[in-house]
Design a protein around this ligand. Structure first.
Ligand code: NAD
Length: 499
């Protein structure tokens, strides 16, 4: 059985805690590896070494740090196929989708090549007589990232690239479900020229996460995962005096107005609802057609498209729409929620419950499900299912549809499909959700904008990537400097005022 350890001080090292977790191949259902789960002592040792390496890196000029990112981008491109295969083998997503996962991370690394510009700070010449005032953006020291299973390339890169290019050392605690790609990224960072010790990949579970939260050297933590864990990490990290940003779960609504192009809306829903087996924080999980006639037309268009979805292993190549879910526990949770929807009286228009893939009976495949007439009191509406299950909630009016999206506890992404510019504009202005699509179902902002939800989808005040990442991974120091002759005139006893 393959044993997966950690990446410490530029080398693969075996775990010493004696604890491991199974890593499945979701397509076949086999346990293909065991990943080491770090102890507090292992985590603390990795942090101590990172802290030793960090000052020299912070003193390296930003242009040189940016060049490491530039080289890293070209290595990611060189190894794209290898990374995608390793990613699909542990996660289950299709190869084209795995390449998208790498690509969306790579784009943030590309943005980080602009670090010399982003880190320039501010300068006021002659803020007073002989006085200059300037602000420095300095690294926060050692930062840590705790990342989810569903984007094992993209989210580690969203965290590590800005943290490192700002001059920090970075501890990555990836998901124990799919740990291989983060380790491959660390190897590529080394090949790109990153000095050893600055990027430590420590595999683990709650024990290593708690060790991160309590470690006195770590000064900033970025988390992405489910909302209950996000809330826990935010609270404990902040209580320990750290800068913390946590991105949580989602329940993304797509509103379909009566004037929408129904073919376009149905195509968008199928891709956004079932792509990656629904295991995306920006997946659309609730369709909200406005008016019964719109709902009937939408369902009529949706059903054949959903029934035609091809579900299969990543090894089937590009001919598959989505693959298995990540673990047997994830599959069971989805099945339980589907049953709760049926029991609560929702209409299961496409029933994926008896889905079976010949030759892959032990894989964690889940057939596509479509519910109609879901109501807000149902568990399938309130909870994030994170599977190939789309719920339709019929709204009587635009205001009712808007209120649904606004009243839901999550506020990650949302979309409206319409030909009416006024409705689209009103929706974008009023909805209390962080990322909004207008005739775009998955409005994931590009690397040079920022990514983040509202409400229970986020804890903390800055978004991920884009300019916010440079704010999160640096702290501002403002210097007021005088090289005067005036000092010879004696002390000043009133507060200085710059007139
Ligand atoms: P998860 O919360 O189970 O795990 C995330 C990380 O937390 C992992 O590294 C895991 O090891 C760690 N963890 C798990 N349980 C813990 C505990 N009890 N104490 C401390 N640490 C713990 O999430 P997941 O299942 O890996 O990922 C799916 C979730 O992530 C979904 O809710 C999805 O919406 C969310 N997500 C959000 C975004 C976003 O940007 N908002 C992006 C991707 C995924």
């Amino acid at each position: 059985m393959e044993q997966i350890g950690h990446w410490i001080n530029g080398k693969h090292v075996a775990g010493t805690s004696g604890r491991t977790a199974d890593v499945w191949n979701p397509a076949t259902g086999e346990v293909q590896a065991q990943v080491a789960l770090a102890s507090k002592a292992e985590l603390d040792a990795a942090v101590a070494d990172a802290a030793k390496a960090q000052p020299a890196w912070a003193a390296t000029n930003p242009q040189r740090r940016a060049r490491v990112m530039m080289k890293f981008v070209s290595l990611l491109q060189r190894d794209m196929d290898k990374l995608a295969e390793a990613l699909s083998r542990e996660h289950g997503k299709t190869i084209p989708d795995a390449k998208g996962d790498v690509q969306r991370g790579l784009e943030v690394v590309e943005f980080c090549i602009g670090a010399p510009h982003m880190l320039k700070g501010e300068f006021t010449d002659s803020a007073g007589p002989g006085i200059d005032m300037y602000s420095l953006r300095q690294p926060i020291g050692v930062a840590a990232g705790i990342t989810p299973f569903n984007f094992p390339a993209m989210i580690p890169m969203w965290k590590m690239a800005p943290a490192l290019v700002c001059g920090n050392a970075f501890i990555l605690k990836p998901s124990e479900r799919d740990p291989s790609v983060p380790l491959m990224l660390a190897e590529l960072m080394q090949e790109a020229g990153l000095p050893d010790g600055l990027l430590q990949v420590v595999n683990g579970d709650k024990e290593s996460v708690d060790a991160i939260l309590d470690n006195e050297t770590i000064s900033g933590i970025g988390f992405v995962g489910s909302t209950p864990i996000a809330a826990y990490i935010y609270e404990r990290g902040c209580a320990n005096g750290k800068r913390v940003q946590c991105f949580g779960g989602a329940k993304n609504h797509m509103i379909i107005m009566p004037d929408a192009d129904m073919d376009q809306a149905a195509d968008a829903l199928v891709g956004a609802g079932y792509g990656a087996a629904g295991e995306r924080c920006m997946a659309i999980s609730v369709a909200v057609p406005v008016g019964d006639e719109t709902a009937d037309r939408l369902i009529e268009k949706l059903v054949p498209k959903i029934e035609a979805l091809k579900v299969g292993p990543y090894t089937s190549g590009d001919d598959v729409d989505y693959g298995p879910v990540v673990t047997p526990m994830a599959k069971e949770n989805i099945q339980r929620l589907v049953q709760s929807g049926v029991d609560a009286g929702a209409e299961l228009v496409v029933d994926g419950r008896n889905f079976n893939l010949q030759g892959y009976e032990d894989g964690f495949f889940v057939g596509p499900h479509l519910f109609d007439r879901v109501t807000p009191d149902m568990e399938i509406y309130q909870k994030e299912i994170f599977g190939p299950v789309l719920s339709t909630v019929r709204a009587g009016s635009y205001e009712e549809a808007l209120k649904l999206a606004m009243d839901h506890e999550y506020g990650n992404g949302t979309a409206i499909f319409t030909r009416d510019g006024d409705a689209a504009r009103d929706f974008a202005n009023r909805v209390n959700v962080g990322m909004v699509g207008i005739n775009v179902p998955i409005p994931v902002p590009l690397a040079y904008h920022t990514f983040g939800g509202w409400k229970k989808s986020v804890f903390g005040d800055l978004n991920q990537h884009g300019p916010d990442a440079f704010r999160f991974y640096t702290r501002t120091k403002t210097v007021t400097s005088r090289w005067p002759s005036g000092i010879k005139e004696g002390g000043e006893f009133t507060i200085p005022v710059m007139e």
